[in-house]
Design a protein around this ligand. Structure first.
Ligand code: S3P
Length: 690
């Protein structure tokens, strides 16, 4: 059973409302992501001592300060990337009459706030916009609230909740109508805390707080898993093989639109051990089981949109892999999320080879099953990054996400979980251990996880990539770093050398290598076998001697062979299979960008050009002299330019890599520095105990 992190919407509300209770609350399963950390930090600044949110979702106690106990903060309140934090607090603080300035990151500072401040302003609250018109930073500047009555143009739970919280804070009546039902977590939680909140009719949806409470009862809450996070794994499962089981996922009916849509597309998803709620403020939850298969196109529109608004990025990805043309409409709200998600989906789907049409309020997506490849941009948006992470993990696809770290907003540990699941799925799909597994579109290569003798160990040690220009000492450093960490060294060069050897020994003339070489190499069964400290290259199951790989005739040709796209594509599979279990240090020219875009630690080695020249000369057993160094430096500069500009696998620094400049360091110093950086990154909060 897989667990997804706690529901983000419920976590925000649990923190905010328990802070207002007159007695301590017990909250378990809160999302430890950055968005909820922003809410918790702001509550601390307002005088409620909320503990750190445990990374494992363990329980915390929040000692509420009472309905009117929050104090004006001494600092600007930073909501980070979290729209829910900003909008709910604009409501609550204006209701309480607590003066404060709210701000956020660049993305949040572009998002519209007047949908909240306008109706609150009409009820008497005063705000001062201190940035772009209608955007954060906004100062909550006092004003006396009278009853809040509002008909919203958008179905937004953030607007509805902000107005309800303003009413709770100010002690006034609230009456909000929205065009369709948005999520109702605030209403449920307030009821649970003893507040009367009524729902009137269904379309349009109207919520009334007829009598403002004088106090809020404490909460004892187990937050269910977030269906918006589960949706990524549901799509992975629905398009894969085998079965995925997700434990305790929230199934509030205002949030389950994606389940209905995926089922409509043909996904086999069942709900098991559903938890029915026996109290008025309960949140339904259950275990979800999804079986692999194929999907077909659908139309997503109308009142269904609010119930799946956050799932559209991953549903867009599902549509790209479904049979037929999917239409998404009535979703203009997506343009004002963490990024313009309609644009982000269109741009990225196109970048990997999907036909898409963009509309003001949605997308038309042409599904298919051809391999999708390319680099996509997260645009600072967690759900865009994760949606394309899932697309890239599907068989045959190869997608690099430029900014994988953004997922921490709502789903810390996403990439590790995805890696472990992809591994399990491939291992399950692979031929019995010892046999070879087919690389799509080619003859068999024994590169599958099962064939390489791995067992799935979710959450195990990280993949460390070491890229850098020629002469930066990547290969020898990677080997020593791996030894130091007790990891395996993955030397991609050995695979290219073995491919070159196969080609030299084949009867293909070099002119035919580009077009037909990959087939010839695949036929010879090129694979990697895990050995103690690294990987042994094998051909047809037989180990290849290191001397054969290092022979001058191979050295002479290997650089040309490694620039051939079909060969690189072929070799990608055994390289990735070797990394599935983690615990490797991989060096090469595109390890952090193409082979392992989701590597947990990426290092980019650099050194001054004369230092690199000096090392090259010594490596080749030459004599150091000023002219010799100058000559070699010129050669390296040319090589750098060529490497950067070559068409296939150009040398690029992975966006999120740690730069390690080794100029002036001796070899042990260089190794120690890289090891320290790896420990710093991986040791921090990952608890890997390296
Ligand atoms: C949320 C409401 C939705 C949703 C957001 C969380 C909430 O936003 O997109 O991720 O917790 O209330 P809108 O209310 O703007 O639709």
């Amino acid at each position: 059973m897989i667990r997804v992190p706690g529901d983000k919407s419920i976590s925000h509300r649990a923190l905010l409302l328990s802070a207002l209770s007159f007695a301590p609350s017990r909250l378990e399963g809160l999302l430890p992501g950055e968005d909820c950390a922003s809410t918790a930090a702001i509550l601390r600044a307002l005088g409620c001592p909320v503990p750190e949110l445990p990374r494992d979702g363990g329980p915390i106690r929040v000692h509420g300060v009472g309905l009117r106990g929050l104090k004006a903060p001494g600092e600007t309140l930073d909501c980070g990337n979290s729209g829910t934090t900003a909008r709910l607090l604009l409501g609550l603080l204006s209701g309480l009459g607590v003066q404060a300035v709210l701000t956020g990151d660049a993305s949040l500072r572009r998002r519209p706030m007047r949908r909240v401040t306008d109706p609150l302003g009409e009820a008497g609250a005063r705000f001062r916009e201190e940035g772009e018109p209608g955007c954060l930073p906004v100062r909550v500047a006092g004003g006396e609230l009278t009853a809040v009555r509002h008909t919203s143009r958008v179905a937004s739970a953030q607007v509805k909740s902000a107005l309800l919280l303003a009413g709770v804070g100010a002690g006034v009546e609230v009456d909000v109508t929205e065009p369709a039902a948005s999520r109702d977590h605030s209403e449920r939680m307030l009821r649970r805390m003893g507040v009367q909140v009524q729902q009137v009719g269904s379309t349009p949806h109207r919520v009334v707080l007829p009598v403002a409470p004088t106090r809020l009862d404490p909460l004892d809450l187990l937050v269910p898993g977030d269906i918006s996070s589960a949706a990524f794994l549901l799509v992975l499962g629905a398009l894969g093989r085998g079965t995925l089981e997700l434990a305790n996922v929230g199934l509030n009916p205002t949030r389950t639109g994606a389940l209905h849509v995926l089922r409509r597309m043909g996904a086999r998803i069942t709900v098991e051990s559903a938890r029915e709620m026996d109290d008025p403020g309960g949140e339904p939850a259950g275990d979800l089981v999804v079986q692999g298969g194929t999907l077909h196109a659908t139309r997503i529109q109308g009142d269904e949109i609010p119930s799946l608004i956050d799932e559209i990025p991953i549903l867009g990805v599902a549509a790209a892999r479904a049979e037929g043309t999917t239409e998404i409409r009535d979703a203009a709200e997506l343009r004002v999320k963490e990024t313009d998600r309609i644009r982000a989906l269109a741009v990225n789907l196109r970048a990997v080879g999907v036909e898409v049409e963009e509309h003001p309020d949605g997308l038309t997506i042409q599904g298919g099953d051809h391999p999708l490849q390319g680099r996509v941009r997260a645009f600072g948006d967690h759900r865009i990054a994760m949606a394309f992470g899932v697309l890239g993990a599907l068989p045959g696809n190869r997608i690099e996400v430029d900014d994988p770290g953004v997922v921490d907003v709502s789903y810390p540990g996403f990439w590790e979980q995805l890696r472990a699941l992809t591994h399990q799925r491939r291992a399950a799909a692979a031929a019995p251990a010892g046999e070879s597994a087919a690389v799509p579109g080619s003859a068999p290569v024994a590169g599958s996880a099962a064939a390489a003798g791995f067992a799935p160990t979710p959450g195990s040690a990280p993949v460390v990539t070491l890229d850098g220009p020629a002469g930066s000492g990547k290969s020898s450093t990677a080997k020593a770093v791996a030894r130091e960490l007790g990891f395996r060294h993955l030397d991609s060069g050995a695979l290219y050398r073995a491919a070159t050897l196969v080609l030299l020994d084949s009867d293909l003339p070099p002119e035919a290598w580009e077009a037909r070489g990959a087939e010839a190499v695949a036929e010879r069964g090129l694979a990697l076998q895990a050995v103690d400290d690294g990987f042994q290259v094998t051909l047809g199951g037989e180990p290849v001697a290191p001397e054969a790989l290092r022979s001058p005739r191979v050295t002479e040709r290997v650089s040309a062979v490694s620039a051939m796209a079909p060969i690189r594509d072929l070799i990608l599979e055994p390289l990735r299979a070797a990394g599935l279990r983690g615990g490797i240090v991989a060096d090469g020219r595109d390890m952090g960008t193409v082979v392992f875009p989701q590597a947990e630690v990426k290092v980019y080695l650099t050194a001054s050009i004369s230092e690199r020249a000096r090392r090259r000369i010594l490596q080749d057993g030459g004599e150091l002299s000023a002219t010799r160094i100058e000559e070699e430096a010129r050669r390296l500069a040319d090589r750098d330019a060529q490497d950067r500009n070559r068409e296939v696998a150009p040398l690029r620094r992975p966006a999120e890599a740690l730069d390690v400049d080794t100029t002036g360091l001796d070899f042990p110093g260089q190794v120690a520095l890289v090891v320290a950086r790896v420990r710093e990154v991986w040791g921090n909060g990952n608890g890997a105990g390296l």
